[in-house]
Design a protein around this ligand. Structure first.
Ligand code: ATP
Ligand code: MG
Length: 265
């Protein structure tokens, strides 16, 4: 039976100071097999509330597949994925999973190119209505303020009335992150968010992600080790669908197996 998103009640403000060691996500013995190819093998990992976890590993290690499992795009052959210790994600559909507070950013930015930057954030904020109903419905002043604040956070204040299609690649990446943030997710999954960004944009996104940790929990897949070093609390290394190592970046960088399969000598 699929779990109804409505059963999930968001923690109220008093819960915000729950112990950071509480897991927001617990993956247990996840197996994913694509027509005989074992993409994830008995994969287990926990992410704590407010933690910023980086997931690294060679191409084909299973990083994107892992995000597909968490968001309901891929159903594992076995194993479980507990969200906030109460919802079993592998039994829910993608829409229900998104509604209960898990946001995902794919590698390629997906914004509405023909609409303005402001309108993109407006649509994201009012998520579940149709596009035109959303644009016709007036924002209240509180929502307007929140979008204005988000434009500042994204450094897109000057671009608010520009068509999103006219933005640089990096600006589109920031806009898409903003479209997730206005939905106030608990857990944000970001697949190679710094790909295609300039050095300055990469540096600012590191700063932004650090500022989000604590208020949100984040899982970031990234190949740029400098970026990982700047942002990560803990790092999980995947290899051939399995967890090869986990710890601080220093710890995994010193791990012989990690050096052999990923970092090189
Ligand atoms: N739908 C699918 N059907 C068959 N094989 C798949 C499918 N999705 C992924 N795979 C395979 O599973 C393996 C893991 O892929 P995945 O995309 O998760 O790797 P990744 O760690 O994200 O790699 P990259 O760093 O290149 O993005 C790859 O060998 C890929 O070819
Ligand atoms: Mg990938």
């Amino acid at each position: 039976m699929p779990v109804q998103a409505e059963l999930f009640t968001r923690p109220q403000s008093g819960d915000r100071f729950r112990s950071q060691t509480d897991p927001v996500l617990q993956l247990e013995e996840i197996n994913v097999n694509f027509d005989g190819f074992q993409a994830l093998t008995r994969l287990s990992m926990n992410i704590g509330v407010g933690e910023l976890r980086c997931v690294i590993g060679p191409n084909g290690a299973g990083k994107t597949t892992l995000m597909d499992v968490i968001t309901g795009k891929t159903r594992p052959d076995s194993g479980s994925a507990w969200f906030d210790q109460s919802l079993e994600l592998t039994r829910m559909d993608p829409v229900a999973i998104a509604r209960c507070g898990i946001g995902r950013k794919f590698q390629k930015p997906t914004v509405f190119e023909a609409l303005t930057v402001f309108e993109n954030l407006e649509i994201a904020m009012k998520g579940d209505k149709s596009l035109w109903a959303t644009l016709r419905a007036k924002l209240n002043s509180e929502q307007r303020d929140r979008i204005d604040e988000m434009l500042g956070t994204l450094r897109l204040g000057a671009e608010r009335n520009r068509r999103a299609g006219a933005l640089s690649h990096g600006q589109k990446q920031f806009l898409e992150i903003g479209m997730l943030l206005v939905q106030e997710p608990y857990l944000l999954l970001l697949d190679e968010p710094a790909a295609g960004m300039t050095d300055a944009e990469t540096e600012y996104s590191a700063e932004l992600f650090r500022s989000l940790a604590g208020r949100h929990s984040l899982m970031v897949v990234e190949h740029d080790m400098g970026f990982v070093e700047t942002i990560a609390d803990r790092v999980t290394v995947l290899h051939q669908g399995q967890v090869l190592a986990e710890g601080t970046l220093r710890e995994v960088q010193a791990n012989e197996q990690v050096i052999d399969v990923y970092l090189g000598r």
